[in-house]
Design a protein around this ligand. Structure first.
Ligand code: ZN
Length: 270
């Protein structure tokens, strides 16, 4: 099927190969133990060439490809989507999501095009030039709030791994705040282990800091708006990265049917 080149939200450009259905299935199985590590391993396996390092330092290259443990989290999530597009070309971007309405008992299929807008439905946040330049120079971004200078990094893959370890398989209710704490490397006049308490004390200003930090980060929007064909109510849902994402049901079905047909043919010639 050949390889496919993708530009990532950080500005990095890399080439991914088409992984097989069996390889995608094994990733799905590996994700049971650790979602983060399963995806990282799959991306390492899928990435065949680093075309342009974007804002990353030399250390990002590993055996001619990419060291996915050192990337930004935004690139890692985009990488997961790109890996699916590359694996199931030419239709890998078509993702019929199986949804259960939040307002009524209806189950329905919502078709998402995983390509970036405007060709597809996925909104991509590119790393802003200023944030990219700072990251490239090994400097944090800065923002002053409540009279204090705050220095922070974009969300890194290693932060996401830490969050997974902290969550121990359950959803973290305060994941946004924890992500902020992990990204912040310094708050003027605040001890490192007091940063979380300081964020809490910000009150309404916390939202302002959160927005400023989002502007110096990158990634893809994984929340999408859908509406139920039965009750017609609109609601937001997270893109599901489950079995259907890794192994499209239509493919699994057609393979099963082919196998069954072969079995039947075998029986009729006996
Ligand atoms: Zn409904």
């Amino acid at each position: 099927m050949g390889n496919q080149t993708f530009k990532f939200p950080s500005g990095m450009v890399a080439e991914l190969r088409a992984r097989s259905i069996a390889e995608m299935k094994s990733t799905l199985q590996a994700m049971v133990a650790s979602q983060h590590e399963g995806i990282e391993k799959a991306l390492t396996d899928a990435t065949v060439r680093l075309v342009d390092p974007g804002p990353y330092p030399d250390g990002i290259e590993k055996n001619g490809a990419v060291d996915w443990s050192q990337t930004l989290e935004g690139d890692r999530i985009a990488g997961m989507v790109n890996m699916r597009i590359a694996a199931y070309r030419p239709k890998g971007h078509e993702y019929p999501m199986q949804l259960q309405c939040k307002h009524c008992p209806e189950s329905f299929i919502w078709d998402v095009d995983l390509r970036p807008e405007p060709d597809g439905d996925v909104l991509v946040y590119d790393l802003a030039p200023d944030a990219a330049e700072r990251f490239q120079n090994g400097e944090p971004s800065e923002y002053t709030i409540d009279g204090k200078l705050v220095k922070f990094l974009p969300l890194m893959a290693k932060h996401s791994l830490l969050l997974e370890k902290m969550s121990k398989g359950k959803a973290l209710p305060d994941v946004d705040e924890l992500s902020m704490v992990l990204r912040i490397i310094e708050v003027e006049g605040v001890e490192k282990d007091m940063i979380r308490r300081w964020i809490d004390s910000l009150g309404l200003l916390q939202q302002k800091l959160s927005l400023a930090m989002a502007e110096a980060d990158c990634g893809i929007e994984t929340t999408i708006e859908v509406y139920c064909p039965k009750c017609m109510k609109r609601y937001e849902t997270e893109l599901p990265f489950g079995a259907d994402f890794w192994v499209p049901q239509s493919l699994a079905r057609s393979r099963r049917e082919k196998k069954l047909a072969e079995v039947r043919r075998g029986q009729s010639t006996d």
